[in-house]
Design a protein around this ligand. Structure first.
Ligand code: AP5
Ligand code: MG
Length: 218
């Protein structure tokens, strides 16, 4: 099973992908998490990516494509299934992904497009907190999904942190970039007949039910 989770910043991609990954036993590949891990470890990719991420811009295609392909190459049994969170984000990335999957004899089964009004995005991201333990990465929201103990992850007990790009200014740029560079992918995948759009504004459970009905048809 190869699934793409498409959506604006804060639409709930990470939250839903974590759930899908544990329910269906497929690998969750979050491009944002990969870059953040590289930033923390001060790798060459991380140092380069950080400049773009902190301004709310996309990391250049050449870096994103190489990083994604190297990540997938390291997975032993890709056929078991993957869910791509935040990849692709440009038409060029989508075309290169098609080529990669073809080389590996894999089929893209579905694209889930989570929609959310722009007005809700900023409030969601500025109130988000994430687990500082990169192996955990649990996602919270101080408004609607707080941890039981303030600033402590319910799952692993590590501290919660705010992402460097979760401030209002950067988030507004991310929304703008989404509309200009990523939204064209909706048409791209709709024309391939594999696009499934669901409202990201429902409760987490409502979103899960909608996703389940899409994935159960595959
Ligand atoms: P990335 O980390 O992927 O950021 P993003 O796309 O902006 O998405 P977010 O992670 O902010 O939101 P999400 O949709 O995962 O929502 P979440 O579940 O956390 O990428 C970061 C940066 O890396 C990019 O800006 C770019 O620079 C670079 N990058 C990444 N991929 C790239 C690529 N392919 N090419 C080039 N550059 C790339 O939820 C958000 C909040 O809402 C949370 O607090 C959550 O608790 C809450 N929430 C979730 N669902 C609900 C709900 N149903 N109701 C109420 N609250 C909810
Ligand atoms: Mg995310």
């Amino acid at each position: 099973m190869v699934i793409i989770m498409l959506g604006a910043p804060g639409s709930g991609k990470g939250t839903q992908c974590k759930w899908i990954s544990s329910k269906y036993g497929i690998e969750h590949i979050s491009m944002g998490d990969i870059f953040r891990r590289n930033i923390k470890e001060r790798t060459d990719i991380g140092i380069e990516a950080e400049k773009y991420i902190n301004e709310g811009k996309l990391v250049p295609n050449s870096i994103a494509i190489k990083t994604l392909e190297e990540t997938l190459d390291k997975i032993d049994n890709l056929e078991k299934g993957i869910i791509l969170d935040g990849y692709p984000r440009t038409i060029i990335q989508a075309e290169k992904l098609d080529e990669y999957l073809e080389r590996k004899s894999l089929k893209l089964d579905a694209v889930i497009n989570l929609t959310i009004p722009d007005e809700e995005i900023i409030s969601r991201v500025v109130n988000r907190r994430i687990c500082s333990n990169v192996k955990c990465g649990e996602i919270y929201n101080i408004n609607n999904n707080p941890s039981k103990k303030e600033n402590v992850c319910d799952k692993c007990g590590a501290n919660l942190i705010k992402r460097a790009d979760d401030n209002q200014g950067t988030a507004l740029n991310r929304v703008d970039v989404y509309h200009k560079q990523t939204k064209p992918l909706i048409k791209y995948y709709n024309e391939k007949g594999i696009l499934n759009t669901i409202l990201g504004v429902g409760t987490l459970e409502e979103n899960q039910t909608n996703i389940e009905s899409i994935l159960n048809k595959i």
